[in-house]
Design a protein around this ligand. Structure first.
Ligand SMILES: *Cc1c(COP(=O)(O)O)cnc(C)c1O
Length: 398
């Protein structure tokens, strides 16, 4: 894909990226190449192969085949200015490898208080065991992050919007501080995807996706990726090879399959989620809607300035009520499954309790929170369902 790929529209890039002729070999989709052993012509060929860079060359199954390279290449093409992408067997594995590529014993990592809980656990568990400390910060700190940087600070983790509570972070302000102080920036870009937030173009060093969500899009594969800015890919790849990270070709193939429709799916997730968020915002049983495109969401102005669109995941706080009344709402819903993860074609509802995890900030809402993943069903059916759920909540609340 030489020259001008990044001038193409997003929908076009999603369709064409990563389909190199040498990988597709005459068919539309890069086939599934399953391999451990790669066979060499003779001993000289074997020796020569070991002495050269194995990037995009068959060497041994753990280093991938065209099936994994094709998806990684496509994800790189979606982040204008990026150098390369490495795939992982889950989003959490991607976060772990990226942090291990960047941090060393004695380093400090800044983590937003709104980070995905397994990210927090990694920072306070695995990283601490290896002598790395984590400092949690208010996700709305913006340029004020400069005051939190100490002599040991090595990297700033960003997740925007935050998990569960959707605070939108001022990424350009944080990146400016990080660059001035020589710190690496890592963003968990799962919610927006590069289509709605081109993180590398905004100056971020590493952009992470839980591809399990929108890239796969069908709730049937675990997959993660890290896309690196220029000069950052080699360290990521070396660490990932040393960790033995490899994604199965069947899962990578399903990731590529999902990716081809991602821009269309995201457009529908966006439209339906906005319609439902606005409907909830007008309901007396709802005290606050936490959707980045609504002014009631912390950091909404930053969202309006920096993002190209919104996806299908948001939360809302109930007006009063307890755990039991919230459960009455969720249990009444017919079209919303109850379960973890999101980004598939089907809607989900989940009770969430952010206060359990926070250490640097205290979220304060009038009632319990519900997180919704808005799928590709008709929005009218989902609204009718939520209307019944809110009626059940009213009765249970008393
Ligand atoms: C789900 C999720 C992850 C982790 O992805 P897995 O593939 O489930 O490991 C990381 N970050 C965010 C924001 C997520 O929602």
């Amino acid at each position: 894909m030489s020259g001008g790929t990044h001038d193409l529209g997003l929908g076009t890039r999603v369709v064409t990226a990563g389909r190199r002729p040498e990988w597709t070999a005459g068919v539309v989709n890069t086939p599934v190449w399953r391999a451990s052993t790669i066979l060499y012509d003779d001993v000289a060929h074997l020796r020569a192969s070991g002495a050269t860079d194995t990037h995009h060359r068959l060497f041994y199954g753990r280093r991938g085949t065209p099936t994994q390279w094709s998806l990684a290449d496509a994800l790189t093409a979606l982040e204008p200015g990026a150098e390369g992408t490495f795939l992982y067997p889950s989003g959490v594995a991607a976060i772990a490898a990226c942090l291990m590529a960047v941090l060393s014993p004695g380093d400090e990592l800044l983590v937003p208080d709104s980070a995905y809980d397994p990210t927090r656990s990694m920072a306070t568990g695995l990283l601490r065991r290896f002598g790395i400390t984590a400092r949690f910060y208010d996700p709305l700190v913006g340029a004020g992050i400069a005051e939190l940087i100490g002599p040991a600070t090595r990297a700033i983790f960003i997740e925007s919007p935050g998990s569960l509570t959707f605070e939108v972070q001022d990424v350009p302000a944080i990146v400016a501080v990080a660059q001035a102080r020589g710190l690496a920036t890592i963003v968990d870009n799962t919610w927006a995807t590069p289509l709605f937030f081109p993180a590398i173009a905004k100056g971020v060093d590493y952009s992470i996706l839980a591809c399990t969500k929108y890239v796969v899009g069908h709730s049937d594969v675990m997959l993660g990726s890290v896309t690196a800015a220029p000069g950052r890919f080699a360290a990521l790849r070396d660490t990932s090879f040393q960790l033995g990270q490899v994604t199965g070709p069947d899962d990578a193939w399903l990731g590529s399959r999902g990716l081809r429709t991602m821009s269309v799916r995201l457009r529908q997730h966006q439209a339906s989620a906005l319609e439902i968020a606005r409907w909830l915002d007008a309901r007396p049983e709802v005290s606050r809607v936490l959707h980045p495109a609504l002014s009631s969401c912390p950091g909404h102005e930053t969202f309006a300035r920096d993002f190209l669109g919104s996806s299908g995941l948001f939360s809302f706080a109930l007006e009063g009520g307890d755990e039991r009344a919230r459960a009455a709402l969720i249990d009444t819903l017919d079209h919303f499954g109850i379960g973890y993860s999101w980004g598939g074609y089907e809607s989900l509802a989940l009770p969430v309790d952010p206060a359990r995890y926070r250490t640097a900030t205290r979220p304060d809402f009038a009632g319990p929170l519900v997180r919704l993943q808005i799928g590709l069903e008709d929005a009218g059916d989902l609204i009718a369902d939520l209307d019944r759920g809110l009626a059940a909540f009213r009765i249970a609340r008393g």
